[in-house]
Design a binder for this molecule. Structure first.
Ligand SMILES: *[C@@H]1O[C@H](CO)[C@@H](O)[C@H](O)[C@H]1NC(C)=O
Ligand SMILES: *[C@@H]1O[C@H](CO)[C@@H](O)[C@H](O)[C@H]1NC(C)=O
Ligand SMILES: *[C@@H]1O[C@H](CO)[C@@H](O)[C@H](O)[C@H]1NC(C)=O
Ligand SMILES: *[C@@H]1O[C@H](CO)[C@@H](O)[C@H](O)[C@H]1NC(C)=O
Ligand SMILES: *[C@@H]1O[C@H](CO)[C@@H](O)[C@H](O)[C@H]1NC(C)=O
Length: 502
């Protein structure tokens, strides 16, 4: 559809953007634009439900100085206990990954926590020996033991590296026992350094396979005066923050528990493919890969092995694993309409991209033309409707079409369900692992209108009514603007890589 001259113009733009050198400045630009508009007043649960924007402080940012030559940035957000999943993503993708990591600071016990944020001095915590170990304590203060230990099995560190990690872990524990911010910062810094070191080692030695993504990492802290919000992450505000670290013409939000197939690394180096995707995304269209997960009955170790095979294998391998019931369509048991729109039977036969009609509740991940991503509605916290709302806005406000990609797929890595989802799916366990978070959500609260309820019920009520309002606005063609905080908007207006025209 696009004319030849349009395509040429796009290619020139791609080239110009890709050549843009990445330097050490980006991290400090990001930090200073974000924190310039920071309001340090702690938030309360009912401030959120009455529409107050999120207030996050960017504690620190790290930006890989390695040069990027690929046209796609993956961006993602997570709580601190999922750093191991970010590490897996980073080992799997050769291009840039921008990640925002969240820590809640509940001021019940320590009213001064984070008070020094506005002084913005760079606390170095003494040394470079901080480390991150995949199983060390969940220091983030969110008490989340949502263990992903049954998650990825592809850590693959050598013995020497493992020893270093152990030593580093001890330093973290000793140095930062009572300071969740310093602890989180140390863990992120260590992951960042580790990825850089391994990339350098791999680059210097041809017999080591290439590693790793060019990581852009942000640590964001939220001060809250009461605890309910601590287990209701500002999911969409975090996605917007992470999006700021995307610099390339194309970007894709991929939740941290998702692994793109390795074929992506070949595709982003394939000029024909990149040109095709650029044409679709500027139409505009969101280019969507189907998501798969392992079958529930499999043992955890088998699940990891299945995920690994599905990531590294060919499309034929994936289809074979589907037919042998090792894989299934993502969430097919719990939410049939969420991914049904892909028409997986058709996907299995297609080798050309095809268009599908948006259906209510459709929840794909996908690639967008970065400058045309309208961003996420930050009123949605936690794990309900956050992504659907974005997809719905693309379809109904911005008139996006949906292009299914025949040669790309993503795998969901198994992990324990987060507390909100457990309760939502009525599978909550108030005695097992991660029960602290479930309990926090089931705790009674008395709202300012005198209503006696639980955190979860109040949360659910708020989310449901927002979604209803949103859907009726779309249906009536009423104007809809996502809520986006002043810090995000300010950064978007000043960061040099956000100044091009869409
Ligand atoms: C930081 O912010 C707090 C609350 O807004 C204020 O009381 C304090 O004086 C500020 N500190 C500095 C060093 O600006
Ligand atoms: C390169 O890596 C291989 C495999 O890990 C290792 O055996 C070899 O010693 C390395 N070479 C150098 C020069 O470091
Ligand atoms: C590059 O991508 C195009 C379009 O997806 C595909 O037809 C072609 O086979 C790919 N080339 C290589 C070398 O993989
Ligand atoms: C709840 O957790 C306990 C302790 O881990 C476990 O024994 C029990 O089987 C779990 N129940 C459900 C329904 O998952
Ligand atoms: C609210 O409900 C809880 C549990 O149902 C009860 O223990 C508490 O006393 C109630 N509080 C008020 C103010 O009604």
């Amino acid at each position: 559809m696009a004319s030849h001259s349009r395509v040429t113009a796009l290619c020139l733009m791609l080239a110009a953007l890709v050549i843009r050198a990445v330097g050490a400045d980006e991290a400090s630009m990001l930090k200073s634009c974000w924190n310039a508009k920071y309001n340090s007043r702690p938030i309360r649960f009912e401030e959120w439900t009455s529409g107050h924007p999120v207030r996050l402080y960017m504690v620190d940012a790290w930006w890989s100085p390695r040069r990027n030559s690929f046209p796609l940035t993956i961006f993602t957000m997570m709580s601190l206990d999922r750093l191991n999943m970010l590490e897996s993503q980073c080992r799997g993708y050769i291009g840039p990954i921008s990640a925002a990591v969240y820590i809640p600071l509940v001021l019940d016990h320590d009213p001064n926590l984070g008070d020094d944020f506005n002084t913005t001095h760079d606390v170095e915590n003494g040394d470079d020996h901080h480390g991150f170990g995949r199983n060390d304590g969940n220091g983030g203060g969110n008490g989340d033991s949502d263990s992903d230990d049954d998650g990825d099995g592809d850590g693959g560190e050598g013995d020497k590296a493992a020893t270093t990690v152990l030593v580093r872990r001890r330093y973290i524990r000793e140095a930062n026992r009572e300071n969740p911010v310093a602890l989180a910062r140390a863990k992120l810094k260590n992951l960042f350094n580790q990825m850089e070191e391994e990339a350098a080692r791999a680059a210097a030695n041809k017999s080591i396979p290439g590693c790793c993504c060019q990581l852009r990492l942000m640590l964001l802290a939220e001060r809250m005066s009461d605890s309910p919000l601590a287990s209701i992450m500002p999911t969409n505000a975090m996605r917007n923050a992470a999006m700021l670290g995307a610099t390339t013409p194309l970007s894709a939000m991929l939740d941290v528990d998702l692994a793109p197939c390795m074929n992506l690394n070949a595709l982003v180096q394939n000029a024909t493919w990149v040109q095709g995707i650029s044409e679709y995304t500027t139409r505009p269209s969101i280019c969507i890969p189907p998501a798969w997960e392992t079958k529930g009955h499999l043992q955890p170790s088998t699940k990891n092995e299945v995920v690994q095979r599905a990531i590294t294998g060919t499309k034929a391998d994936v289809l074979d694993m589907w037919s042998r019931s090792e894989l299934q369509v993502f969430q097919v048991n719990v939410c049939k309409h969420c991914h049904k729109t892909f028409d997986h039977a058709r996907w299995s036969k297609e080798d050309m991209p095809y268009t599908v009609q948006h259906t209510l509740g459709f929840e794909p991940w996908g690639i967008l033309w970065r400058l045309r991503d309208p961003g996420y509605d930050e009123r949605f916290r936690g794990w309900l409707y956050d992504k659907q709302t974005h997809v719905e806005a693309l379809a109904r406000k911005h008139r996006y079409t949906f292009t299914v990609l025949p040669d790309l797929w993503v795998l969901h890595r198994p992990h324990k369900k987060v507390a909100i989802v457990q309760i939502y799916r009525k599978s909550a366990n108030t005695t097992g692992e991660g029960s602290g978070d479930v309990e926090a959500l089931l705790r009674p609260i008395v709202l300012s209108n005198g209503k006696n309820t639980t955190v979860y019920t109040a949360y659910r009520h708020h989310m449901d009514s927002m979604r209803r309002n949103l859907r009726s606005s779309f249906a009536a063609h009423k104007p809809y603007e996502p809520q986006q905080n002043a810090q995000f908007l300010h950064c978007k207006s000043v960061l040099p890589w956000w100044q091009q025209q869409a």
